[in-house]
Design a protein. Sequence first.
Length: 416
Amino acid sequence: MHRTVLPSGLRIVTEEMPGVRSAAVGVWVGVGSRDENASAGADNTHGCSHFLEHLLFKGTAERTALDISVALDAVGGEFNAFTAKEYTCFHARVLDEDLELAVDIIGDMITSSLLADEDVEAERDVILDEIAMHDDDPDDVVHNLFAAQAWGADTPLGRGIAGTVESIEALTRDQIDAFYRAHYRPENIVISATGNLTHEVVVALAEQAFARNGFLSGTASPIPPRSGVPLELHPGEVRATRPFEQVNVVLGMQGLWRDDDRRFALGVVNAALGGGTSSRLFQEVREHRGLAYSVYSFAGAHAESGVVGVAVGCLPNKVEEVLEVVREELRKVAAEGITAEEVVRGKGQLRGGLVLGLEDPASRMSRLGKAELVHDQLLTIDEVLHRISSVTVEECQAVAADVFSRPEILAIVGPR
């Protein structure tokens, strides 16, 4: 792995994989829905990160939206983007010989998109359709409801990433442009690339592609860090009625920050609790009792906050029994931890999942980009494997006792 920081603050991290014939590149921007303002009027930017992600595909002075699509399709490339709560990513996977094309197109989009009025209006309707689509997805609805209860519906982490119908309808082209200029700065961007490549070539390609419009001129200005103040979570229950066949439930509590050293032990506990078909929840809820088709546990982490929980989809007449079983399993884990056998199995699951998931350039590119931008700590794969292998039964018991005894947050979505 190699790392270069340009005078402008643009960071470039790469990992060479000589045995492949492809390359993956991602441009990670340190802005997401958490950085938006949901106040009324001209200051409202709720949904702006996601709106902007869409608009950057709509054309530049050099390329139309069709040109961008045709260029990558013509070489069999994969090209997409996504917005999260704390970052936005534009990524491509191509043959190694087409890496220059991919970097140039993304650089053109990031530095020179037109953000034309007509594109804003056209994409507004697309995003409103996307919001409606998510509102028809039971899993999306219940997790959004859980987040709103956990952090508060009017807080950055509690709000939905795509915005609301009201906020998207109110956003103007000038607001989106101002948001772009405030956050799409070299010092707030990481370029990660992996595959059959060399670091020096990627740096040269990035310097050329991102030099448009003086984007790399000047020196870096410091990016203010997150506040570092723990975010308060709000225990309680929230319900929503939807005409779904199933009831979807998320039962959780406050978890760990993303850089908490205990995250490796929590990962092992999470694997034993609900991370696979041999997990306690899957065996008890589905295999032994037949209460639900889908059940799993999860751990989500952010800069100053985190959540853990269990998600279940079941028939309406099974909800109370499902909740009873899940609560009992969480109580057991909090009181007794997990067994030595489960620790071994959980560590094996994490290690195998990590290594098998990093067999292609795209997954390694994602790991590099998030490590540099979000975690500000680039552990090698061997270092991560060592951290997982070093987890003890006692560490698992301690983190389980702490986390799973915290006050409950419950979200339920389904038919009345």
